[in-house]
Design a protein around this ligand. Structure first.
Ligand SMILES: NC(=O)c1ccc[n+]([C@@H]2O[C@H](COP(=O)([O-])OP(=O)(O)OC[C@H]3O[C@@H](n4cnc5c(N)ncnc54)[C@H](O)[C@@H]3O)[C@@H](O)[C@H]2O)c1
Length: 253
Protein backbone atom coordinates (compact mmCIF):
# COMPACT_ATOMS: atom_id res chain seq x y z
CA UNK A 1 0.00 0.00 0.00
CA UNK A 2 2.71 2.41 1.11
CA UNK A 3 4.77 1.66 -2.02
CA UNK A 4 1.86 2.28 -4.33
CA UNK A 5 1.28 5.74 -2.81
CA UNK A 6 4.96 6.58 -3.31
CA UNK A 7 4.98 5.13 -6.82
CA UNK A 8 1.94 7.15 -7.83
CA UNK A 9 3.57 10.38 -6.64
CA UNK A 10 6.59 9.77 -8.86
CA UNK A 11 4.58 8.42 -11.78
CA UNK A 12 3.92 10.56 -14.85
CA UNK A 13 1.23 8.28 -16.23
CA UNK A 14 -1.43 10.25 -18.08
CA UNK A 15 0.83 13.30 -18.48
CA UNK A 16 2.25 14.74 -21.68
CA UNK A 17 5.80 16.14 -21.59
CA UNK A 18 7.38 18.39 -24.20
CA UNK A 19 11.20 18.44 -24.29
CA UNK A 20 13.27 21.00 -26.23
CA UNK A 21 16.68 20.13 -27.65
CA UNK A 22 15.73 16.48 -27.31
CA UNK A 23 17.83 14.89 -30.08
CA UNK A 24 20.81 14.03 -27.88
CA UNK A 25 22.57 14.41 -24.54
CA UNK A 26 20.68 15.45 -21.45
CA UNK A 27 17.47 16.30 -23.33
CA UNK A 28 17.26 12.87 -24.95
CA UNK A 29 17.92 11.12 -21.65
CA UNK A 30 15.31 13.25 -19.89
CA UNK A 31 12.72 12.36 -22.55
CA UNK A 32 13.53 8.63 -22.27
CA UNK A 33 13.28 8.79 -18.48
CA UNK A 34 9.97 10.68 -18.49
CA UNK A 35 8.56 8.12 -20.92
CA UNK A 36 9.68 5.31 -18.63
CA UNK A 37 7.88 7.12 -15.80
CA UNK A 38 4.69 6.94 -17.88
CA UNK A 39 4.56 10.26 -19.78
CA UNK A 40 3.60 10.68 -23.43
CA UNK A 41 6.54 12.47 -25.03
CA UNK A 42 6.62 15.35 -27.50
CA UNK A 43 10.23 15.39 -28.62
CA UNK A 44 11.45 18.58 -30.28
CA UNK A 45 14.81 19.60 -31.71
CA UNK A 46 16.45 22.24 -33.85
CA UNK A 47 17.36 19.71 -36.54
CA UNK A 48 14.28 17.83 -37.76
CA UNK A 49 16.27 14.90 -39.19
CA UNK A 50 18.26 14.35 -36.02
CA UNK A 51 15.27 14.55 -33.72
CA UNK A 52 13.37 12.08 -35.93
CA UNK A 53 16.36 9.71 -35.75
CA UNK A 54 16.52 10.06 -31.96
CA UNK A 55 12.85 9.06 -31.74
CA UNK A 56 13.91 5.60 -32.92
CA UNK A 57 15.58 5.02 -29.52
CA UNK A 58 12.29 5.16 -27.61
CA UNK A 59 10.38 2.01 -26.65
CA UNK A 60 7.20 3.93 -27.58
CA UNK A 61 7.66 6.30 -30.51
CA UNK A 62 7.19 9.91 -29.33
CA UNK A 63 5.54 12.69 -31.30
CA UNK A 64 8.37 14.55 -33.04
CA UNK A 65 8.60 18.19 -34.14
CA UNK A 66 11.34 20.38 -35.51
CA UNK A 67 11.58 23.39 -33.19
CA UNK A 68 14.22 26.10 -33.05
CA UNK A 69 13.59 27.77 -29.70
CA UNK A 70 14.96 31.08 -30.98
CA UNK A 71 11.91 31.41 -33.19
CA UNK A 72 9.00 32.55 -31.02
CA UNK A 73 6.49 32.26 -33.88
CA UNK A 74 7.42 28.58 -34.39
CA UNK A 75 6.76 27.99 -30.70
CA UNK A 76 3.32 29.58 -31.00
CA UNK A 77 2.63 27.56 -34.17
CA UNK A 78 3.62 24.35 -32.38
CA UNK A 79 1.32 25.20 -29.46
CA UNK A 80 -1.53 25.77 -31.95
CA UNK A 81 -0.66 22.62 -33.88
CA UNK A 82 -0.58 20.07 -31.07
CA UNK A 83 -3.91 18.91 -29.79
CA UNK A 84 -3.43 19.68 -26.07
CA UNK A 85 -1.14 21.90 -24.05
CA UNK A 86 1.53 19.65 -22.47
CA UNK A 87 1.36 19.02 -18.73
CA UNK A 88 5.15 19.20 -18.47
CA UNK A 89 7.60 21.46 -20.30
CA UNK A 90 11.33 20.71 -20.15
CA UNK A 91 13.40 23.64 -21.40
CA UNK A 92 16.63 21.83 -22.16
CA UNK A 93 17.96 23.39 -25.41
CA UNK A 94 21.27 25.11 -24.81
CA UNK A 95 24.57 26.11 -26.38
CA UNK A 96 27.94 27.22 -25.10
CA UNK A 97 30.73 29.24 -26.72
CA UNK A 98 34.02 29.84 -24.97
CA UNK A 99 36.28 32.80 -25.70
CA UNK A 100 38.07 35.48 -23.71
CA UNK A 101 35.72 38.43 -23.39
CA UNK A 102 37.92 40.62 -25.60
CA UNK A 103 37.35 38.17 -28.46
CA UNK A 104 33.67 37.50 -27.81
CA UNK A 105 31.82 39.02 -30.74
CA UNK A 106 28.30 40.44 -30.70
CA UNK A 107 27.31 37.36 -32.66
CA UNK A 108 28.86 35.00 -30.06
CA UNK A 109 27.01 36.78 -27.29
CA UNK A 110 23.66 36.69 -29.11
CA UNK A 111 24.17 33.06 -30.20
CA UNK A 112 24.29 31.97 -26.57
CA UNK A 113 21.71 34.33 -25.07
CA UNK A 114 19.23 33.76 -27.92
CA UNK A 115 19.01 30.02 -27.21
CA UNK A 116 19.67 29.73 -23.48
CA UNK A 117 17.62 32.70 -22.31
CA UNK A 118 15.41 34.11 -25.10
CA UNK A 119 14.36 30.65 -26.32
CA UNK A 120 13.71 29.38 -22.81
CA UNK A 121 11.61 32.47 -22.05
CA UNK A 122 9.63 32.14 -25.30
CA UNK A 123 8.76 28.52 -24.48
CA UNK A 124 7.78 29.44 -20.91
CA UNK A 125 5.67 32.34 -22.18
CA UNK A 126 3.75 30.28 -24.71
CA UNK A 127 3.27 26.98 -22.88
CA UNK A 128 3.33 28.35 -19.32
CA UNK A 129 0.59 30.86 -20.12
CA UNK A 130 -1.56 28.06 -21.54
CA UNK A 131 -0.86 25.97 -18.44
CA UNK A 132 -1.83 28.88 -16.20
CA UNK A 133 -5.10 29.37 -18.12
CA UNK A 134 -5.83 25.66 -17.71
CA UNK A 135 -4.84 25.76 -14.01
CA UNK A 136 -2.15 23.08 -14.05
CA UNK A 137 1.32 22.37 -15.35
CA UNK A 138 4.97 21.93 -14.51
CA UNK A 139 8.00 23.57 -16.07
CA UNK A 140 11.55 22.33 -15.48
CA UNK A 141 14.31 24.52 -16.86
CA UNK A 142 17.79 23.10 -17.41
CA UNK A 143 20.09 25.70 -15.95
CA UNK A 144 23.70 25.10 -14.84
CA UNK A 145 25.85 25.50 -11.77
CA UNK A 146 27.48 28.18 -13.98
CA UNK A 147 24.43 30.32 -13.24
CA UNK A 148 25.68 30.44 -9.67
CA UNK A 149 29.46 30.06 -9.69
CA UNK A 150 32.34 30.69 -12.06
CA UNK A 151 34.01 27.33 -12.61
CA UNK A 152 37.78 27.16 -12.16
CA UNK A 153 40.13 26.37 -15.03
CA UNK A 154 37.30 26.77 -17.47
CA UNK A 155 37.59 28.62 -20.70
CA UNK A 156 35.91 31.98 -20.40
CA UNK A 157 32.17 31.55 -20.85
CA UNK A 158 30.76 34.92 -19.82
CA UNK A 159 27.71 34.71 -22.09
CA UNK A 160 26.92 31.16 -20.96
CA UNK A 161 27.21 32.04 -17.28
CA UNK A 162 25.07 35.16 -17.74
CA UNK A 163 22.44 33.18 -19.63
CA UNK A 164 22.19 30.55 -16.90
CA UNK A 165 22.04 33.17 -14.14
CA UNK A 166 19.14 34.60 -16.15
CA UNK A 167 17.46 31.20 -16.18
CA UNK A 168 17.48 31.24 -12.37
CA UNK A 169 15.58 34.52 -12.21
CA UNK A 170 13.16 33.57 -14.99
CA UNK A 171 12.46 30.40 -12.99
CA UNK A 172 11.88 32.19 -9.69
CA UNK A 173 9.84 35.01 -11.20
CA UNK A 174 7.50 32.75 -13.19
CA UNK A 175 7.18 30.44 -10.19
CA UNK A 176 5.75 33.36 -8.22
CA UNK A 177 3.64 34.68 -11.09
CA UNK A 178 1.93 31.33 -11.70
CA UNK A 179 2.02 29.77 -8.20
CA UNK A 180 -1.70 30.38 -7.65
CA UNK A 181 -2.57 29.23 -11.15
CA UNK A 182 -1.45 25.68 -10.46
CA UNK A 183 1.81 25.91 -12.41
CA UNK A 184 5.11 25.01 -10.77
CA UNK A 185 8.35 26.30 -12.26
CA UNK A 186 11.71 24.87 -11.15
CA UNK A 187 15.18 24.35 -12.55
CA UNK A 188 17.87 21.69 -12.41
CA UNK A 189 21.42 23.03 -12.40
CA UNK A 190 23.85 20.37 -13.57
CA UNK A 191 27.55 20.35 -12.86
CA UNK A 192 29.90 18.80 -15.42
CA UNK A 193 27.98 16.18 -17.38
CA UNK A 194 29.31 13.90 -20.08
CA UNK A 195 27.71 15.03 -23.35
CA UNK A 196 28.65 16.51 -26.71
CA UNK A 197 28.80 19.91 -25.02
CA UNK A 198 31.67 18.81 -22.76
CA UNK A 199 33.24 16.29 -25.19
CA UNK A 200 34.72 19.23 -27.08
CA UNK A 201 37.17 19.94 -24.22
CA UNK A 202 40.65 18.35 -24.10
CA UNK A 203 41.28 15.48 -21.70
CA UNK A 204 43.47 17.65 -19.38
CA UNK A 205 40.57 20.04 -18.88
CA UNK A 206 38.16 17.19 -18.22
CA UNK A 207 40.62 15.72 -15.66
CA UNK A 208 40.99 19.09 -13.95
CA UNK A 209 37.22 19.54 -13.74
CA UNK A 210 36.80 16.02 -12.36
CA UNK A 211 39.50 16.66 -9.73
CA UNK A 212 37.74 19.83 -8.65
CA UNK A 213 34.47 17.97 -8.21
CA UNK A 214 34.18 16.41 -4.72
CA UNK A 215 32.77 13.20 -6.25
CA UNK A 216 35.80 13.08 -8.57
CA UNK A 217 33.92 12.47 -11.80
CA UNK A 218 31.56 13.90 -14.40
CA UNK A 219 27.87 13.16 -14.06
CA UNK A 220 25.93 11.14 -16.61
CA UNK A 221 22.82 12.47 -18.39
CA UNK A 222 20.60 9.95 -16.55
CA UNK A 223 21.69 11.51 -13.23
CA UNK A 224 20.17 14.80 -14.40
CA UNK A 225 17.11 13.07 -15.82
CA UNK A 226 16.21 11.61 -12.39
CA UNK A 227 16.29 15.06 -10.83
CA UNK A 228 14.08 16.38 -13.65
CA UNK A 229 11.63 13.52 -13.19
CA UNK A 230 11.31 14.34 -9.49
CA UNK A 231 10.56 18.00 -10.21
CA UNK A 232 8.13 17.06 -12.99
CA UNK A 233 6.16 14.71 -10.75
CA UNK A 234 3.70 15.20 -7.90
CA UNK A 235 6.47 14.02 -5.54
CA UNK A 236 7.64 17.66 -5.63
CA UNK A 237 4.14 19.16 -5.33
CA UNK A 238 5.18 21.82 -2.74
CA UNK A 239 8.35 22.81 -4.58
CA UNK A 240 8.34 25.81 -6.88
CA UNK A 241 10.93 28.46 -7.74
CA UNK A 242 13.82 26.25 -6.71
CA UNK A 243 17.07 25.48 -8.51
CA UNK A 244 18.16 21.92 -7.74
CA UNK A 245 21.92 21.54 -8.07
CA UNK A 246 23.10 18.18 -9.41
CA UNK A 247 26.83 18.85 -9.48
CA UNK A 248 28.65 16.08 -7.62
CA UNK A 249 29.30 18.63 -4.86
CA UNK A 250 31.26 21.06 -7.06
CA UNK A 251 29.70 24.21 -5.59
CA UNK A 252 30.42 23.11 -2.00
CA UNK A 253 34.14 23.74 -2.27
N1 LIG B 1 26.93 18.99 -20.32
C1 LIG B 1 27.10 19.75 -19.25
O1 LIG B 1 28.14 19.66 -18.57
C2 LIG B 1 26.05 20.72 -18.82
C3 LIG B 1 26.20 21.34 -17.58
C4 LIG B 1 25.25 22.24 -17.16
C5 LIG B 1 24.15 22.51 -17.94
N2 LIG B 1 24.01 21.90 -19.14
C6 LIG B 1 22.83 22.25 -19.94
O2 LIG B 1 22.13 21.08 -20.30
C7 LIG B 1 21.40 21.32 -21.50
C8 LIG B 1 21.68 20.19 -22.48
O3 LIG B 1 23.06 20.20 -22.82
P1 LIG B 1 23.88 18.88 -23.19
O4 LIG B 1 24.99 18.76 -22.25
O5 LIG B 1 22.96 17.73 -23.41
O6 LIG B 1 24.54 19.37 -24.57
P2 LIG B 1 24.23 19.00 -26.09
O7 LIG B 1 25.02 19.98 -26.86
O8 LIG B 1 24.46 17.56 -26.31
O9 LIG B 1 22.67 19.26 -26.25
C9 LIG B 1 22.12 20.53 -26.46
C10 LIG B 1 20.88 20.35 -27.30
O10 LIG B 1 20.27 21.64 -27.50
C11 LIG B 1 19.92 21.71 -28.86
N3 LIG B 1 19.81 23.09 -29.33
C12 LIG B 1 20.80 24.00 -29.51
N4 LIG B 1 20.30 25.13 -30.04
C13 LIG B 1 18.97 24.92 -30.19
C14 LIG B 1 17.92 25.72 -30.70
N5 LIG B 1 18.13 26.95 -31.18
N6 LIG B 1 16.67 25.21 -30.70
C15 LIG B 1 16.44 23.96 -30.24
N7 LIG B 1 17.39 23.15 -29.76
C16 LIG B 1 18.64 23.64 -29.74
C17 LIG B 1 21.02 20.97 -29.59
O11 LIG B 1 20.62 20.63 -30.90
C18 LIG B 1 21.19 19.76 -28.67
O12 LIG B 1 20.26 18.75 -28.99
C19 LIG B 1 21.85 22.70 -22.00
O13 LIG B 1 20.89 23.67 -21.63
C20 LIG B 1 23.15 22.91 -21.26
O14 LIG B 1 23.45 24.28 -21.11
C21 LIG B 1 24.93 21.01 -19.61
Amino acid sequence: MRNSVIDSRFSLRGKTALVTGGARGIGLQVALTLQEAGADIILTGRDGVRVAAAAGQFPVKPEVYQLDVRDSQSIRDLADGIAVCPDILINNAGVSRAAPTKYTTDEDWRAVLSVNLDGLFYCCRTFGSLMAERGSGVIVNISSMCGDVVTRQASVVTAYNASKAGVTMVTKTLACEWARSGVRVNAVAPGFIQSEMTNQYPIEVVRAWSDRTPMGRFGQPHEIASAVQFLASDASSYITGTVLLADGGYTCW
